[in-house]
Ligand binder design. Structure first.
Ligand SMILES: Cc1cc2nc3c(=O)[nH]c(=O)nc-3n(C[C@H](O)[C@H](O)[C@H](O)COP(=O)(O)OP(=O)(O)OC[C@H]3O[C@@H](n4cnc5c(N)ncnc54)[C@H](O)[C@@H]3O)c2cc1C
Length: 465
């Protein structure tokens, strides 16, 4: 087969890769993208999207149980797990098809196969029909990541699941152990707990959702406990004894090892980058703890080789991957004024019930960095829309630099906060100060009014609390 030449080759068609490919094509580059499994990557097929579809089912289920509160009648409320999963898979399939369509529309050459870089500028792709050889001066690694497996706690798909198994569960867990309380662990804990699993979350750090502000973690913990979850912090699962339909977990907590039985375990202890088999060693691309080492422009140090998204390290978020994809495509196309992605301006969202969202520094981090700060807080109970929605539990917390008024961080827990956070993200990108936010008129009645009130509170001016 003849070697095909491109301006840019992207390996991996997740939210990092396919967005980079489209942006490159928009800028007039001749682009190829190689994907070995599914267009849209983990995000569309096994991550962001199917989890949100499942969480929507559990949210509606929860609201149906509250029908009486809203003057409605509902009886015989139940769920059909297979139908919940079928809906989630259909949503993922629809979006996966959409990515293929977008690539075609933008005249990107999409190749299904496994890619390896065989020499500088040379990519070999194993496809169903044989091997294709591609060349380009610019190669973007966007091969993503997969679930981390700890020795002794490996998934088997029956008793012990990764996120993939948890998205197509063989049964409804009766007694569920979730190991790890990052966004992935907590979202599955929330889903299964809402549908009736007796759920325990074990977190090795001193609090759940450990990357969030401590006050938000504490608030969320109380809500989860009210919903019946058991939360074990500063606790470590040391061993899993697998029996017939039963797992005995040895959990070290407070210096003692406790044994607890479960019928299902979800392991959500982080991810590892897909760096193997790409030919990185031969090229001299540096890898540190399964992630490709890059500079702020996603350059690997090897000329013409870039790495974006999950393979390039934290934060492991789809929007970070996409933004890096756009940035690198623009660099390759020779565009001026390309800005690096600032990690502290990337919002993190967890779609549990209640939702959690944040951007920028936590209170502890701001203090650690030496800022003198002003902190504002506003509770959902003081907001008319939250009460009308029947969602009075939650809070908005904002952190400002006392000296300059810069918005250093915003942290939220409660209904729809994953939609609200973007207001503060725009604020941070525009280098907004407390003055700009206070002078902004927020529509009434909306949950967004709490974003205003939290800022006012930081300066002793909150109206409704
Ligand atoms: C359960 C779950 C829920 C999540 N929820 C969210 C969320 O709500 N919001 C959010 O922002 N993030 C979420 N994430 C994280 C998000 O999915 C990732 O950050 C995102 O997918 C990273 O994008 P990527 O393009 O770097 O890699 P990926 O999406 O992992 O895509 C990489 C692609 O590369 C392909 N590939 C790998 N090696 C090769 C090769 N050698 N040749 C060809 N192709 C190859 C893979 O098949 C894959 O399709 C979630 C993740 C999980 C697991």
């Amino acid at each position: 087969m003849a070697t095909k030449s491109f301006d840019m080759i992207v390996i991996g068609a997740g939210p990092g890769g396919y967005v980079a490919a489209i942006r490159g094509a928009q800028l007039g580059l001749n682009v190829a993208i190689v994907e070995r499994e599914h267009m849209g990557g983990i995000c569309l097929n096994w991550g962001c999207i199917p989890t949100k579809a499942m969480l929507r089912s559990s949210e509606v289920f929860h609201l149906m149980h509250r029908a009486k509160e809203f003057g409605l009648k509902a009886s015989g409320i139940d769920y059909d797990l297979d139908a919940v999963v079928a809906r989630s898979r259909a949503v993922a399939k629809q979006l996966n098809g959409g990515v293929g369509h977008l690539l075609k529309k933008n005249m990107v050459t999409a190749i299904m196969g496994d890619a390896t870089i065989t020499a500088k500028g040379k990519v070999s792709v194993k496809t169903d029909k044989g091997t294709e050889e591609l060349t380009s001066k610019n190669i973007i690694l966007a091969t993503g990541a997969r679930a981390r497996e700890l020795p002794g706690l490996e998934a088997d798909g029956d008793l012990v699941w990764t996120y993939k198994h948890a998205l197509v569960p063989p049964r409804m867990p009766k007694k569920l152990l979730v190991i790890g309380s990052g966004a992935i662990g907590i979202e599955f804990a929330s889903f299964y707990n809402t549908l009736g699993s007796d759920t325990t979350v074990v977190e090795v750090m001193d609090r759940i959702l450990p990357v969030e502000d401590a006050e938000i973690s504490g608030f969320a913990k109380k809500q989860f406990e009210k919903q019946g979850m058991t939360i074990m912090e500063k606790a470590m699962v040391k061993q899993l004894d697998r029996g017939k339909g039963k797992v005995t977990a040895h959990i070290e907590v407070g210096g003692k090892v406790e044994k607890h039985d479960f019928d299902t375990v979800i392991s959500a202890v982080g991810i590892v980058g897909n760096t193997e088999g790409l030919g990185l060693e031969g090229l001299g691309v540096k890898v540190d703890r399964t992630h490709v080492v890059t500079d702020e422009y996603c350059r690997t140090g090897v000329e013409g080789v870039y790495a974006i998204g999950d393979i390039a390290g934290a934060p492991w978020l789809a929007h970070k991957a996409s933004h890096e994809g756009v940035m690198v495509a623009e660099l390759i196309a020779g565009k001026n004024n390309v800005h690096p992605v600032k990690p502290e301006s990337i919002a993190g969202c967890t779609y549990c019930h209640p939702q959690v969202a944040s951007v920028g520094y936590s209170e502890a981090k701001a203090k650690e960095l030496g800022y003198k700060i002003k902190v504002g807080r506003f509770p959902f109970i003081g907001n008319g829309k939250a009460i009308a929605l029947g969602e009075p539990e939650g809070m908005v917390k904002t952190i400002f630099d006392e000296k300059t008024g810069e918005l250093l961080g915003a942290h939220m827990v409660g209904a729809e906060v994953t939609e609200l956070i973007q207001g503060y993200v725009v604020g941070r990108t525009l280098e907004t100060t407390e003055e700009d936010l206070m002078n902004t008129v927020f529509p009434h009645p909306t949950l967004s009014e709490m974003m205003h009130e939290s800022v006012l509170d930081a300066y002793g001016r909150a109206i409704h609390f």
